[in-house]
Write a protein that binds this ligand. Structure first.
Ligand code: DAH
Length: 341
């Protein structure tokens, strides 16, 4: 038995040294030290030994078990180290290579202005809405009281998709008034910013695509005084406290009465200068009290409800707010320009 134990020890040790993976080590442990392993098999024969031999062989068997257990552990550690070494080599990083600098973008001046406008109106209980840029003439014109033959419906001004002039790129954000009347419960307070399209040549103040913000309130007892108060607050928030405004009569088919709001030129204080083209005033937006016919077409009783609306050009507002001279700069997105705001 002594020889048997010795043989197991030698065989196991040389097998352990050759093991290349931890699974292999585990298999060897089971083979030699497991419940059905070779060492256990030898120990099972202990009963046949004499009383003098038994403790000697027992001691020897224990020594072999301890030796093999220790060897397995040592071998495991070694394999672990080899693996770690290989992984470190494979994943080696050259920390001396200079990093790639990430350039962060910049908020666009027009969106800075829009966010200010949104903040102000959301603070007054308005909800901001998105709407379709491909619009039905029905919403862009008919429901806004601009009937067939109205000059704004002309082919020379509007991008239509078909001969019948039914589908178009919206020429204003005003159809959002009608969408809101159709989908929102009364009373309504909405803001609707977005792109609009008109057949204009590109120059320092025109672009066939530009942005507007529409605002609308419908409630009981709403008057022109509410409109003026709100728009004066808007002017002050955009151009500073004490900004002077004036309201001029105008015509829009969907408001009655209609007006345009001007702000006094911040450069010359109203005296007239190149910024305001000698006028002393700068036109900011169109507005008015919603025409009773428009309310009626949306199933709202104008005897019970009244409302006001306004629409302003966003590029123009940003140009005034940040003193930008050419509209094209707004669309070119040159970072050297954008980074100034
Ligand atoms: N939609 C008009 C335009 O594009 C602007 C406008 C005027 C909007 C009066 C309104 C309004 O809501 O009440 O010229």
């Amino acid at each position: 038995m002594k020889e048997q134990l010795e043989k197991i020890k030698q065989e196991a040790l040389s097998a352990l040294i050759g093991a290349k993976e931890s699974a292999e080590l585990e298999a060897l442990r089971v083979k030699y030290l497991g419940k059905k392993g070779e060492l256990t098999a030898v120990l099972k024969q202990m009963g046949k030994l004499s009383a003098e031999e038994r403790p000697v062989i027992g001691q020897l068997a224990n020594d072999v078990r301890e030796k093999l257990t220790a060897e397995i552990e040592a071998q495991k550690k070694k394999l672990e180290e080899v693996r770690l070494e290989a992984r470190l080599k494979a994943e080696a990083l050259d920390v001396t290579i200079p990093g790639k600098s990430q350039k962060l973008g910049h908020r666009h001046p027009m969106y800075i202005a829009l966010d200010e406008i949104k903040d102000l109106f959301v603070g007054m209980g308005f909800t901001s809405l998105d709407g379709p840029e491909v619009e039905l003439a029905y919403y862009n014109f008919d429901r806004l009281n601009a009937e067939e033959g109205h000059p704004s419906r002309d082919w020379s001004d509007t991008f239509y998709f078909d001969e019948s002039s039914r589908v178009m790129l919206r020429s204003q954000t005003s159809p959002m008034q009608v969408h809101a009347m159709e989908t929102k419960p009364l009373p309504i307070r909405i803001l609707a910013p977005g792109r609009v399209y008109r057949k204009d040549e590109v120059d320092a103040t025109h672009s066939p695509m530009f942005h507007q913000v529409e605002g609308m309130v419908i409630d009981k007892g709403v008057t022109m005084a509410d409109l003026k108060g709100t728009l004066n607050t808007l002017a002050e928030s955009l151009f500073g406290e004490g900004t002077v405004t004036r309201f001029r009569p105008h015509h829009f088919p969907f408001t009655e009465p209609s007006c345009e709001m001007d702000v006094q030129c911040h450069k010359c204080g109203g005296a007239g200068c190149p910024t305001c083209k000698g006028e002393g005033w700068i036109e900011l937006l169109g507005a008015g009290m919603i025409h009773p016919k428009v309310l009626e077409m949306s199933g709202i009783d104008p005897e019970e409800w009244s409302g006001w609306a306004f629409g302003m050009g966003l590029e123009r507002t940003a140009m005034r707010r940040f003193k930008i001279a050419d509209l094209r700069l707004i669309f070119e997105n040159d970072v050297r320009f954008l980074e100034q705001f």
